[in-house]
Ligand binder design. Structure first.
Ligand code: SF4
Ligand code: SF4
Length: 384
């Protein structure tokens, strides 16, 4: 299997000069910016802008990280476009709010980068895909010469971890993401779809903002945690192997990485990776908090539906709504792929019979009013 380079550079604060220096060093570690980007290239920085969250909440790519990367590229001679398709409807109004709250709109003014407001989707073939042989992606991807994925190192209730590979799911416009969840409700096939989407988006480079990541109930309701590292690679798959090794996860525990191993994209170990820069041991956090939504599958396709439902309801984690914290915004109702959430007296209730345990409701709740409950039997049967 072809060996890939992953650059690790220490950076412990969102101080502009420090972050910019770490990004320049990352390009150097990977062989130089000119190896990947031509002068005059239009480059999309595909950020993780999950929702309207302030930078200090560590749910989105930090604006200082984005500004530093944009400036390095612009000084080199590239044109920079900044974009993402966050959760919820993909509209100009929604993008304006997300760019403002996430601190990204100022970057455009300060650096000369442009913000994407094209919300069109286009259907493209995806010959390398396993499940998604064609998919709908945001047109912004086709308007640029190169794509750089700029993810945030975070835990994830459904996917365990969200990094470079899952960041590319944001090229799927708005609510179409929920359709993909619905057609592939099990984590195994959905993870294959995430890999398919990443293969389709073909990022030239992947950077990861691991200066402050998120532990616990990621990707939006967890706690910020200093990690102090900037990661970069030509391979989002190998980058995720290193990132998960840093945060107390065995790469093989992460469904997307497991799929990549089975598909011969990477080994899921350090065997096919050359780490350039700092020693990985400097960043390893053995007490990093992993989400409690991890599950085990005890049902099989041959079982009658009523048996599967009986077992699932006792052994699979489920969303619990805190009606005191809830403000009745309905974002969870809108985001729920199978539409099993209904609002009663301005508070959400989920019909667990149809719940696919995707935890989009938790992911997109602005008030951390959705928690994940792990049934007693699941806790007894698992060590985590
Ligand atoms: S649970 Fe969260 S997303 Fe759902 S209505 Fe309440 S505040 Fe909004
Ligand atoms: S209730 Fe929450 S976890 Fe269940 S399907 Fe809807 S969004 Fe997913």
């Amino acid at each position: 299997m072809e060996r890939k380079k992953v650059s690790l550079v220490e950076c412990r604060a969102y101080e502009y000069t420090l972050v910019k220096k770490s990004i320049v060093e990352s390009f150097h570690n990977l062989g130089g910016i000119e190896k990947y980007i031509n002068k005059g290239d239009k480059v999309l920085l595909k950020l993780n802008l999950l929702m309207k969250k302030k930078p200090e909440e560590a749910a989105t790519t930090h604006p200082v990280f984005t500004k530093a990367l944009a400036e390095v590229l612009i000084e080199y001679g590239a044109k920079v476009v900044i974009g993402d398709s966050p959760g919820g409807p993909f509209s100009e109004r929604m993008l304006k709010g997300v760019y403002r709250v996430c601190g990204i709109d100022e970057i455009a003014n300060e650096t000369g980068a442009t913000l994407n407001y094209n919300t069109n989707g286009i259907v493209v073939p995806n010959p390398e895909g396993k499940y998604l042989k064609q998919l709908t992606i945001a047109e912004m991807i086709k308007e640029v010469d190169k794509v750089i994925s700029v993810s945030k190192l975070k835990t994830h209730g459904f996917a365990v971890f969200t990094g470079a590979v899952k960041n590319m799911f944001g090229i799927v416009p708005g609510l179409i993401k929920a359709e993909y969840h619905l057609t592939m409700p099990e984590i195994e096939e959905f993870s294959d779809a995430l890999v398919d989407t990443c293969l389709c988006g073909k990022p030239t480079l992947s950077f990861m903002d691991g200066i402050v990541g998120m532990e616990g109930h990621g990707p939006s309701a967890g706690e910020p945690r200093e990690i102090g590292v900037v990661l970069a690679s030509t391979s989002p798959y190998h980058l995720d192997v290193i990132a998960t090794s840093i945060i107390n996860l065995k790469p093989v525990e992460v469904p997307t990485i497991k799929r990549c191993i089975e598909r011969n994209i990477c080994t899921g170990t350090l065997e096919d990776i050359d780490i350039i820069g700092e020693d990985i041991s400097k960043f390893i956090l053995e007490d990093f908090v992993i989400p409690e939504s991890r599950t085990i599958k005890l049902t099989s396709d041959w079982m009658p539906q009523f048996v599967k439902t009986f077992i699932d309801n006792r052994t699979r984690p489920r969303p619990i709504f805190s009606h005191d914290a809830c403000i009745g915004c309905k974002d969870c109702e809108e985001a729920c792929p199978p539409k099993v959430i209904t609002m009663e007296n301005n508070r959400p209730f989920a019909n667990l019979e149809g719940c696919i345990r995707c935890f989009c409701c938790q992911e997109l709740c602005p008030k951390k009013a959705v928690n994940i409950h792990r049934p007693w039997m699941l806790r007894k049967m698992t060590k985590f």
